[in-house]
Design a protein around this ligand. Structure first.
Ligand code: PLP
Ligand code: 3DJ
Length: 404
């Protein structure tokens, strides 16, 4: 077990690798990670020395074509996935579409996609759209998160879940659910949007079939960073991609009129990769080099426990919406209040950036790479000032229509 002093030094080092604005305590890296300092120079270099100077030759000479798999392997280390099992491409929604279709077809005798009512809307929308269009009686069944285990039966083709609930931070037991699904003959897809870079994830060891996740949250790849998709080796060559694009072809530059999927994870590619965004994500991942996710998780628990204790001591009007048991939540803490929107606006105006999720959730993400215990204490103290003085009770804090 590392001593606190070791961790303080480790995370002071990682914090120094970010360009954080002065006067801000950033507790929204679970939605958009902050800017790592090396990203701007990397993107500028790609623009000038590669795009500008090498022109189209850069696809080969600067390695642009191989970047999606290379960055995928770097993310793979953070989620317990072997080299050659993670591809960076498209968005989380699109990757979910690809693997959900693949999983449904691998288990085509069965009709049900099982998810939970707390899942992120895009996951449910993708499943609704896909199941409605497939032939046969395919359907999405959603149950309360705590009822998922009991709902896994022999009608279920695919269990499709997000490990960490975006609103409350509640965490599913990935190992137990994956095991139960497999015992019942179902496949599993995990959305790791709020897990990758926040928790220890062991996709290979847990036997997960498919996973997807975002590049722009805890991985800090920047707004609209490409997402990732994981396919277990045992499934890779058995998938017939629904999105059968040319970059996922076995020989894209043969320009063969007939589609033939590439071997392995490459068939999860569809079209031309977004090179500038991939370079930004690749540079952002440098912060993770040599970082042990077990230490990140231990630090995250320390930060979230501290925040809960400080806020509950000072803000009796706020109700904890996250699980009290640290093992049962991810790296965020949420509180409920009917004036949550205005409270969050008042906090943001004072430099504490979290976000609000309707109808009443104040959400705070704790990314140990750059959030320190002293930030947690300061944020809780500012929240207490806002609550004690009813500083949120102003008309300008009630104006809705913002993104977050
Ligand atoms: C759990 C989860 N899945 C998917 C998404 C969306 O992914 P994308 O916009 O990259 O498709 C988000 C956040 O936006 C999310 O929280
Ligand atoms: N992807 C986002 C976006 O394009 C705009 C604003 C917010 C987001 C988010 O990531 C929301 C996030 N998935 C959530 O957990 O609420």
């Amino acid at each position: 077990m590392p001593t606190p002093t070791d961790d303080d030094a480790l995370f002071a080092g990682t914090r120094a690798m970010f360009a954080l604005p002065d006067g801000v305590i950033y507790l929204d890296g679970n939605s958009l990670g902050p800017l790592p300092s090396n990203v701007a120079a990397r993107v500028a270099r790609t623009v000038q020395a590669e795009w500008g100077a090498m022109l189209i030759r850069a696809w080969n000479d600067a390695g642009w074509m191989d970047l999606s798999g290379k960055v995928g392997d770097r993310i793979g280390r953070l989620i317990g996935a072997a080299a050659g099992t993670v591809m960076v491409a498209d968005t989380t929604s699109i990757n979910l579409f690809k693997v959900l279709d693949a999983a449904i077809h691998l288990n085509s005798e069965r009709s049900v996609v099982l998810s939970d009512t707390g899942n992120f809307p895009t996951d449910l929308y993708i499943a609704q759209g896909l199941t409605a269009r497939l032939p046969g009686r395919r359907m999405l069944r959603t149950v309360a998160p705590e009822d998922v285990m009991a709902a896994i039966d022999d009608t279920v083709a695919v269990v499709m879940l997000t490990e960490v609930d975006y609103r409350t931070g509640r965490r599913h037991d990935m190992r137990a659910i994956t095991g139960a699904a497999h015992d019942a003959g179902a496949l599993v897809i995990w959305d790791l949007a709020h897990s990758a870079g926040a928790l220890e994830v062991d996709l290979a060891g847990t036997g997960v079939d498919f996973a997807v996740g975002c590049g722009y949250k805890y991985l800090n790849g920047g707004p609209g960073a490409p997402a990732f998709v994981y396919v277990a080796p045992r499934h890779q060559d058995g998938i017939a991609p629904l999105l059968s694009g040319w970059i996922g072809h076995a020989a894209p530059f043969a320009f063969d009129p007939d589609y033939r999927p590439a071997p392995g994870i490459d068939r999860m590619r569809v079209g031309t990769p977004p090179v500038l965004s991939l370079e930004a994500l690749d540079a952002a991942l440098d912060v993770w080099d040599g970082i042990d996710l077990a230490r990140v998780r231990a630090r995250s628990i320390l930060l979230t426990e501290l925040f809960i204790a400080e806020v509950e001591a000072a803000c009796p009007a706020l109700t904890l919406a996250s699980p009290r048991d640290a093992q049962a939540r991810g790296s965020q803490v949420s509180f409920r209040h009917e004036e949550g929107f205005a409270i969050m606006q008042a906090l943001v105006a004072r430099g504490v950036i979290g976000d609000f999720r309707a109808p009443d959730v104040l959400r705070f993400g704790f990314a140990p790479l750059y959030v320190r215990p002293e930030d947690v204490k300061s944020a809780a103290a500012i929240l207490a000032e806002v609550m004690d003085g009813r500083l949120w009770d102003r008309s300008e804090y009630r104006l809705r229509g913002r993104v977050t």
